[in-house]
Ligand binder design. Structure first.
Ligand SMILES: [Fe+2]
Length: 257
């Protein structure tokens, strides 16, 4: 059988450069939420009906252009000051921070971390979010930051409110922040959600509970971080994201609610 051109390029690349670690994207069973989760109704329509085909990751995928940190400004990590209005967003100020780590606890620098969230009333600035919670003219709900050499990211925001959704009668999402991580290429994107500790809505939420193992669900829950609160100004929450290994953070398909 003829060797694929990509594999040949990879071998030639390795011959003249340091060894090239081509990533693998096998989705482990039993850790991440199933793509079709019966309690989370819309997954029945959008989940693939056939087994996934793993696309090979070759030089094109792993050495393509990166979204460089030079394009990300410091102010994009502050969601309280990012709205179209001139004032600060309304809500309980919070600092959300943590590290992006691999399976050996090594930091992963230069990872673009993007977040989006509802405002303090639980309303998204989005045309299909029409529930009667008030919009905040000073809050868009989006932000981004690039991890530093030690894998740290840090946002300033306001605590999002819970919101109703149409999954079933009287369905409410626990307060959460959506996270997207981009690695060394645009083919390396992971999406998940971060929750806040002790939310009474956890037990009723089909998305949170779509993660099969209750202990693994806890990996999506941030912890209150008294040490990094700012007196008279903001609360703080710590949430680390582990990309591989037995302690990895559960990830979902993109475009979740
Ligand atoms: Fe959401």
């Amino acid at each position: 059988m003829t060797e694929p051109a990509g594999a040949l390029h990879a071998r030639n690349f390795e011959a003249t450069h340091e060894r090239l670690d081509l990533p693998e994207y096998e989705r482990p069973q039993g850790l991440h939420p199933p793509m079709n989760s019966p309690g989370y109704k819309s997954t029945a329509l959008r989940s693939p009906a056939r087994p996934l085909v793993l696309l090979p990751q070759r030089l094109t995928e792993v050495t393509g252009p990166l979204f460089g940190s030079e394009r990300v400004t410091e102010s994009e990590a502050d969601l309280t000051r990012a709205g179209p209005g001139a004032e600060e967003a309304i809500g309980q100020r919070i600092i959300v921070h943590g590290r992006v780590l691999d399976s050996d606890g090594r930091p992963i620098p230069d990872t673009l971390v993007e977040v989006w969230q509802a405002n303090a009333a639980g309303r998204y600035r989005h045309k299909v979010d029409t529930w009667p919670g008030p919009l905040d003219p000073n809050f868009t709900g989006g932000g981004r930051v690039v991890t530093d050499e030690q894998g740290w990211y840090r946002f300033t925001s306001i605590k999002p409110g819970a919101y109703p959704w149409g999954n079933h009668y009287n369905a409410w999402r626990p307060a959460h922040i959506h996270f997207s991580l981009l690695g060394r290429a645009f083919t390396q994107r992971l999406v998940t959600q971060m929750y806040f500790p002790d939310d009474p809505l956890f037990e009723y939420d089909p998305i949170y509970n779509s993660i099969p193992d209750p202990k693994v669900r806890q990996r999506l829950v941030s912890r209150f971080d008294m040490e990094h609160t700012r007196p008279d100004w903001a609360l703080a929450f710590r949430w680390d994201i582990v990309l591989r290994g037995t302690g990895r953070t559960p990830m979902e398909e993109p475009h979740e609610d």
